[in-house]
Ligand binder design. Structure first.
Ligand SMILES: Nc1nc2c(c(=O)[nH]1)N[C@@H](CN(C=O)c1ccc(C(=O)N[C@@H](CCC(=O)O)C(=O)O)cc1)CN2
Length: 312
C-alpha cells in the first residue's frame, strides 16, 4: 500500500516556520515582509490562486498588496508598474501570476522584476543561480516538490529520477534540484520514445506533463516515489468537476509513496512562495552582499525530512 504524501500537512509545517521567521523579523525591529501580487486579466484559475496566496500571506503575517489590471493592459503599463514596485522599499517580493494575456511578452515582464524581489525565481539571474548550484530564489513548485520527495526519501544520491515535462516553471528547475542532490536525472517530454521503459527503472518519477493519467501502474517500479504535478479538470457524468493528475493514482499502490491530486504539490507551491518572500525580505533588509549565497540552503530542506527512507 503506497504511502500518501500529505502536501497539506507538510505545507502547514512550512507555514509554521515561516510565521516564526516573520515574528523574529518583527522582534528585531524590521517591518513585516511585503509581497506585491500582480494579476492581469480574468483567468478563473489565476483568480483563485491569487486569492489563496493573499489569504495565505495574512496567515503568516506577510503584508500583501494586490494589483489587478484589465486583460487588455499594454505590456508597457505592466512593466511601468513593476518598475514602481522594484523601487518601493516597502515591497520585498513581487509575483506576476502567469499565464499572462497574449499581447504581453511574459519573458520580458519576468525579466523586468528585480532578481532580489523575484519570489517566483523565474528571473534569468535566479535561473542561472539555480543551474550553477549557488542558490538564488528557487521557484516555488520545484522547491515544494523537493520537500515532498525528501519527506520520504531524504538521500537521493545515486537514485534514478525521471522528470516528465520540460517547462521553465517545473521540469527544468526540478531536474536541476535533483541533480544537485546527486540523483541520476532523465528529463522526458512528449516526444520522448519508450517513456514507459524509462519510467519503469525510476526510483523517483516527477510527472509534470499536463497529461491526465499518463503514468500507468505498469510503468512504475515497486517502491518508487511518485510526485504528481498535473492538475486537469474533468467533468464527471454527474456534472461534478474532478481534478485528475498525470499519474493513474488507483494503479500505483505498489509504489512506496505518491502525492495526491489535490492536496499534494499544489499547497506546497503557496507555502514555498511565503517562505521565499520572507527570505527575500530578510536579504533586502539585512543587506546581503550576494543574495545568491544566502539562498544556498533555503529553506533548509532537511527540516522537512522525516528521516525514514521509503521502502525500495
Ligand atoms: N507567478 C506564478 N504563476 C503560476 C504559478 C507560480 O508558481 N507562480 N504556478 C501555477 C499556479 N499556482 C500558483 O500560482 C498554483 C496551482 C495550484 C495550487 C493548488 O493549491 N492546487 C490545489 C488544487 C487546485 C484547485 O482546487 O483548483 C492542489 O493541488 O491541492 C496552488 C497554486 C501557475 N501560475
Amino acid at each position: 500500500m503506497a504511502q500518501i504524501i500529505d502536501g497539506r500537512a507538510i505545507a502547514r509545517q512550512l507555514d509554521e516556520r515561516t510565521t516564526a521567521e516573520v515574528d523574529a523579523m518583527l522582534a528585531a525591529g524590521h517591518p513585516a515582509p511585503g509581497l506585491a501580487v500582480v494579476l492581469v486579466g480574468e483567468d478563473g484559475a489565476s483568480q483563485v490562486y491569487v486569492r489563496r496566496k493573499i489569504k495565505a500571506c495574512e496567515k503568516v503575517g506577510i503584508r500583501s498588496m494586490e494589483h489587478r489590471l484589465p486583460a487588455g493592459t499594454p505590456q508597457a503599463d505592466l512593466c511601468a508598474l513593476i518598475k514602481r514596485l522594484n523601487n518601493d522599499d516597502s515591497v520585498h517580493g513581487i509575483l506576476v501570476q502567469v499565464p499572462l494575456p497574449e499581447q504581453i511578452d511574459t519573458r520580458a515582464v519576468l525579466r523586468s522584476i528585480s532578481p532580489d524581489k523575484d519570489v517566483d525565481g523565474f528571473h534569468p539571474v535566479n535561473v542561472g543561480r539555480l543551474t550553477t548550484g549557488v542558490g538564488g530564489i528557487v521557484p516555488c513548485t520545484p522547491l515544494g516538490i523537493m520537500l515532498l520527495i525528501e519527506s520520504v526519501l531524504p538521500d537521493l544520491k545515486g537514485k534514478d529520477a525521471v522528470v516528465i515535462g520540460k517547462s521553465n516553471i517545473v521540469g527544468k528547475p526540478v531536474a536541476n534540484l535533483l541533480l544537485d542532490e546527486e540523483a541520476t536525472v532523465t528529463v522526458a517530454h512528449i516526444y520522448t520514445e519508450n517513456l514507459s521503459d524509462i519510467c519503469r527503472k525510476a526510483d523517483v518519477i516527477v510527472a509534470a506533463a499536463g497529461a491526465p493519467e499518463l503514468v500507468r501502474g505498469w510503468w512504475v517500479k515497486p517502491g518508487a516515489v511518485l510526485i504528481d504535478v498535473g492538475i486537469t479538470r474533468k467533468l464527471g457524468e454527474d456534472g461534478k468537476e474532478t481534478l485528475v493528475g498525470d499519474i493513474a493514482f488507483n494503479e500505483v499502490q505498489h509504489a512506496a509513496a505518491v502525492t495526491p491530486v489535490p492536496g499534494g504539490v499544489g499547497p506546497m507551491t503557496i507555502a514555498c512562495l511565503l517562505s521565499n518572500t520572507v527570505k527575500a525580505a530578510r536579504n533586502l533588509l539585512e543587506g546581503a552582499d550576494d543574495p545568491g549565497d544566502d539562498y544556498a540552503d533555503a529553506p533548509d530542506r532537511s527540516m522537512y525530512a522525516k528521516g525514514q527512507p521509503a521502502e525500495a
